[in-house]
Design a binder for this molecule. Structure first.
Ligand code: ATP
Ligand code: MG
Length: 573
């Protein structure tokens, strides 16, 4: 494509409302334009990237035996009422009403609709398993749309749903999808991890997420190189400490700590490490009372683990300051386990502390030199905290590494959650009705574009992995004039490259070379060819790869072979 035919408006300035680099670069490079909160128009360059991602996703889904369909984006409320999700899905669901006053929603996902399709379409076990997928627009009315296309309200998702007679068949398809996903992200040239995940809203049993590794990721994932353990931090178990509790040496002391509230205040004021402190979080209990959760000061509460702890209400809810004061006589920041009139659950690592510091259940005082079984009884123990880098892997293969990830895919074994409530049955070998078992498999197609940029950029712009780049090659003509040898050579090269099957963006604009180079870097096409006056005189073009930065001279007649030899193979692992 000639840039004289593609109105490319790149921006030098960083757009004020774009918090993260991928969003900034997507706006600056003209890939997308914001219409309204969480709504984006995909401009020509951006759409090319999106389509390349879609194509790879589609090829791998087809290869894995999934069947493409296209379901409506507008879904009748009745189906959601059948599964009960009309009431529980909450404000993420965009509800709409038609001229006959009938309720609909804009699809945030499609379990109900696909189950409706399957219960009408599938009659016999002989037709199973079936794995239907689609690539289309979803809408979720996110509380805080942000990060551009990565947490949009309207976005493109690939969602697949499989139907089975039994668990073994579900597992086979689930494994095939996991494999297909790994192939997809490998082919896209992204560094990613597959991790055990929480089923979340959709329900069901086994589930795994695929994360693109990037600093800006909203999730934290933990894995161990020495074994196969990999999990979202929210799901990773923390092993109880292997070392026994040391003996206490200090006397229990009450120290005045005026104005000291948070763990940071305590460590600064008393000059102790946070790991020597014990923090107490008061949450709502399942019986309507309160429960105190005890953790080492430097550890983070894991909400999913906490709501599974004995006596804790689901979903987890911190107790209000008023309730804490009424139940304990002390303000929230001053609570500690000594003589606390509440049921308590302690994280395993809080129970191997000795001579620790904690709140005194009175404002402006703390206790130091506190020891279990001398100053207070041992409470119930549970795993309540997030794992940290260096914690032992539950797989036994060594220490955990923790990094941030962007969730780009999610696969679930749903079981019969939807098929049961919607009575999606087939006849089995004995002619008996059997409720089908389901799996579901999502990929955030549009999120992948942002995630790829988060992982691949430098100070000048995007560094597209070759398979996602809007074009294979950018061809820059220096100082084009109507009839001169440079224009002739660049035009001929453009035709040759296209004829050889390369997608070429031809910068034939009447613009300064500096502007063209800056735009080329910003847009991030991997291979750059420059045709200028001196080069043409010598029969040469100048080549540079976007990531290496080194310039090389290539004979104009050798360019095709030169580029063919430099095409990237998909990155491994
Ligand atoms: P998240 O935890 O990021 O909100 P989710 O777990 O709710 O996502 P799923 O229901 O698993 O999302 O949807 C499948 C995929 O769709 C996700 O893995 C993600 O890549 C993508 N996705 C979800 N929400 C959005 C969004 N608001 N914008 C863009 N992509 C999204
Ligand atoms: Mg998910």
């Amino acid at each position: 494509m000639r840039l004289t035919h593609l109105p490319l408006t790149t921006l030098k300035e960083v757009p004020a409302d774009a918090e993260i680099i991928s969003h900034q670069l997507m706006l600056r490079a003209g890939l997308v334009r914001r219409l309204s909160s969480g709504l984006f128009t995909w401009m020509p360059l951006g759409l090319r990237v999106l389509r390349k991602v879609e194509r790879i996703v589609r090829e791998e889904m087809d290869r894995a035996g999934a069947l493409e369909i296209l379901m409506p984006a507008v879904q009748p409320a009745e189906l959601w009422q059948e599964t009960g999700r009309w009431d529980v899905y909450g404000d993420l669901l965009l509800r709409i009403r038609d001229r006959h006053d009938r309720d609909y929603c804009f699809a945030p996902t499609a379990e109900e609709v696909v189950t409706e399709v399957a219960r009408r379409e599938l009659r016999s076990y002989r037709q199973l398993p079936v794995n239907y997928y689609q690539i289309n627009t979803k809408f979720r009315d996110e509380i805080r749309p942000r990060f551009g296309v990565m947490r949009a309200r309207e976005f493109v998702m690939k969602d697949a749903y499989s139907f089975h007679l039994d668990q073994a068949s579900l597992e086979a398809t689930y494994d095939a999808m996991a494999e297909a996903y790994s192939r997809i992200f490998t082919r896209l040239g992204l560094r990613f991890r597959k991790v055990d995940a929480h089923g979340g809203e959709i329900g069901g049993s086994r589930s795994q997420e695929f994360h693109v590794l990037a600093e800006s990721g909203e999730d934290r994932i933990a894995w161990c190189e020495g074994d196969s353990f990999a999990a979202n931090v929210e799901m990773a178990p923390a092993a109880p400490p292997a070392i026994p509790r040391p003996a206490g040496t200090q006397a229990l002391t009450r120290v005045p700590t005026p104005g000291v509230r948070s763990i940071d205040d305590v460590t600064a004021f008393l000059k102790v490490g946070a790991s020597q402190c014990l923090k107490t979080l008061v949450v709502e209990g399942s019986d309507g009372g309160l429960v105190a959760l005890l953790l080492r000061g430097d550890h983070e509460l894991n909400p999913l683990k906490a709501e599974r702890a004995p006596g804790v209400a689901r979903p987890l809810k911190l107790a209000s300051p008023e309730r804490v004061l009424a139940a304990t006589g002390a303000p929230v920041g001053a609570i500690g386990p000594v003589n606390l009139p509440l049921p308590m659950v302690a994280d395993h690592s809080a129970l191997v502390l000795a001579d620790f510091v904690c709140g005194a259940n009175a404002a402006d005082a703390h206790l130091t030199g506190v020891n279990w079984e001398r100053d207070l009884p041992l409470p119930r123990a549970a795993d309540l905290r997030n794992v940290e880098t260096g914690d032992p892997s539950p797989g036994g293969g060594g220490a955990l590494t923790i990094a941030r990830g962007i969730e780009v895919g999610h696969i679930f074994q749903l079981g019969d959650k939807y098929s049961q409530s919607m009575h999606a049955v087939v006849l089995d070998q004995d002619g008996k009705e059997r409720v089908m078992t389901m799996g579901c498999y999502g990929i955030g197609v549009s999120r992948i574009v942002g995630a790829a940029i988060e992982q691949n950029h430098d100070g000048n712009g995007i560094l597209w992995p070759e398979p996602m780049s809007p074009f294979d090659v950018i061809l820059i003509e220096i100082n084009p004039k109507k009839s001169d040898p440079v224009t002739a050579a660049a035009g001929a090269l453009y035709k040759d490259l296209q004829a050889a099957g390369f997608d070429v963006l031809f910068d034939d604009r009447d613009a300064r070379p500096g502007v063209k180079f800056a735009d080329a870097d910003l847009v991030g096409i991997p291979h750059r060819l420059v045709v200028g006056e001196r080069g043409v005189r010598e029969g040469k073009a100048e080549y540079r790869h976007r990531t290496s930065g080194n310039e090389e001279q290539v004979g104009l007649t050798d360019v095709l072979d030169f580029l063919r030899a430099r095409r990237e193979l998909p990155r491994q692992g």
